[in-house]
Structures are given as C-alpha cells and as structure tokens.
Design a protein around this ligand. Structure first.
Ligand code: SAM
Length: 269
C-alpha cells in the first residue's frame, strides 16, 4: 500500500486536531458507553487506547479504574489528549508499529481508528502483540454505508454536480471493519478468537447545512477527499448541494444526521 495515504492522513489530522473536540468528538463520544460495557470491569487493568484523538475514551477508561496508556500519531491530538486525560500516559505513536512490549495490556481499544490505517492488518497484529493472551481487543468502525447520512449526502451531491471518478491515494476499503463478512476473518488472521460485532448509531442534530460543511472541512479527514479533488467550479456547487440536501431534512428548525458504527470485540488467542 502506498505511503501517500498515511502522509495524507497525518497532514490532515495535524491540521484538524484543534477543531476536532468542538465539532466532532461529541459524535465519536457516543461510542464510549458501548465500549465500556464491552470492556467490563476495568479496575486494576492495564488498557491501551490506540488512535486516542483528543482523549475522551482514555478519560472514561481511567474513570472505570484502569491504568491507561494512549497513543495517537499526530502531536496536536496527543497534546490535547494529554491535557484532558491527565491521568493517562499519552504518547505520539503509530498504531501500525506500537512502542510497547509484547503482552503488556489486558485491553486494547481503538475507536474509529482502523478506517484511517494504511495497513489495518498491521494495526490488528500490533494490537494482538501487545495484548496479554486472553486480553480483549475492542474497536469501533463507521458503517455500513446504508444509513450513513453524511456520506450519502456528500456522494449524492458529487454525483449530481461532479464526478466520483477521481484518483485518490490508494487506501483500504472503508467499511471492512463494520461488516461481519470482512471483519471477522481479518480478526482471526491477526490471532484473535471469538470475534463479534454489534451495530449502533451515533447522531448529531444541526441547525444549518453550514454546520455539516464545517464538520467535513474542519474536523474529519476521509470524506472531504472526493470533494477537494473536484474542479473548483464544481466544488462550489457540490458544497451548496450538500447544504441544501442536509437542510431538506429539517423538521421544527433542526435536522438529525446519523452515523452508524460497528463495535468489534475479540479475544487475543
Ligand atoms: C476519527 S479520529 C478518532 C479519535 C478518537 N479515538 C475518537 O473516537 O474520537 C482518528 C484518530 O486516529 C489517529 N490516527 C490515524 N492514523 C493513525 C495511526 N496510524 N496511528 C495512530 N493514530 C492514528 C488520528 O490522528 C486521529 O486522531
């Protein structure tokens, strides 16, 4: 896999870290309760949160009684997480090459990180390596595509004004970790057993289409790639269309967009 997807990701997350908390972390934070419930009793456990972003999950894991380490591969995200999750040991590090000894953790979590990996199989193998045998791997991943309101609105806007036929940095299939048929074999190949997925929906209520554009451009990374690579004249029409399509859902002054996600749980063999 080309390294250009990784550099694209690194640059984009570095730019967007400062806005992530205010624009998007309230959506991903909706995965924290099901992650905690999958983790069970955390008292006295050593937990690693990979792709920690701005640290909300690390805080919750610590409040559950765990000793928490957390890594993110961009410094601005890690710096915010360090400020917020002051009890966690936060470091800058790559999920595909973790700087921890084998069998160091009882639980490894990765919330909405696998979607951003250049080589997700490597990230799974690394999570398996640093887990103690019998330890739990818990991840969340966006999907399925059906019901993924923001992505469907963006794709419809692009199809009506631009083209989907755009050359993008080669990257793994986005939904492979939210579908049983692809996710479970990948977990087994990485050395996990008893893999299982449950399906959930996060949602956010908006007052204007501009709020959706702000999320796309100021807080998240993969979805805007296709918009950015349209011709400049097309891009303006696509953005207007995204705002109109989102606002067309308005009821009593607001509209609600859903972000479906899967929660994967597996045991290190
Ligand atoms: C969608 S955010 C999720 C953040 C947080 N876990 C949450 O649920 O809000 C993805 C995070 O993964 C980080 N990331 C992407 N690729 C990574 C990699 N190879 N290693 C470590 N972190 C990575 C990004 O910097 C970003 O903070």
């Amino acid at each position: 896999m080309s390294t250009s997807f990784k550099s694209f990701e690194r640059t984009a997350w570095t730019e967007k870290a400062a806005n992530y908390d205010s624009l998007f972390a309230d959506i991903t934070a909706q995965a924290v309760p099901p992650i905690l419930s999958a983790a069970g009793d955390l008292a006295g456990k050593d937990v690693l949160d990979v792709c920690c972003g701005t640290g909300d999950l690390a805080i919750a894991l610590g409040e559950g009684g765990a000793t928490v380490s957390a890594v993110d591969f961009v410094l601005p995200m890690a710096a915010i997480a360090r400020d917020k999750a002051s009890d966690a040991a936060v470091s800058v590090g790559d999920a595909e090459s973790l700087a921890f000894a084998d069998a160091s953790f009882d639980v490894v979590t990765c919330a909405f990180g696998l979607w951003h990996m250049t080589d997700p199989a490597k990230a799974l193998a690394e999570a398996r390596r640093v887990l103690k045998p019998g330890g739990l791997y818990i991840y969340t991943a966006w999907g399925p595509a059906e019901g993924f309101d923001v992505m469907n609105i963006v794709n419809a806007a692009i199809k009506s004004h631009g083209t989907m036929d755009i050359e993008l940095p080669p990257s793994p299939p986005p939904f492979q970790f939210s579908e049983e048929a692809s996710a479970l074999p990948l977990l087994t190949e990485a050395g996990f057993r008893n893999g299982a997925l449950t399906h959930h929906i996060a949602a956010k209520t908006h007052r204007s289409g501009q709020e959706v554009i702000d999320i796309l451009y100021r807080a998240i990374v993969r979805t805007p790639m296709l918009i950015d690579r349209q011709a400049a004249s097309v891009r303006k029409l696509v953005l207007e269309s995204i705002a109109q399509r989102a606002e067309a859902r308005r009821v009593n002054g607001v509209f609600r967009l859903e972000w479906p996600f899967a929660l994967g749980v597996a045991t290190a063999a």
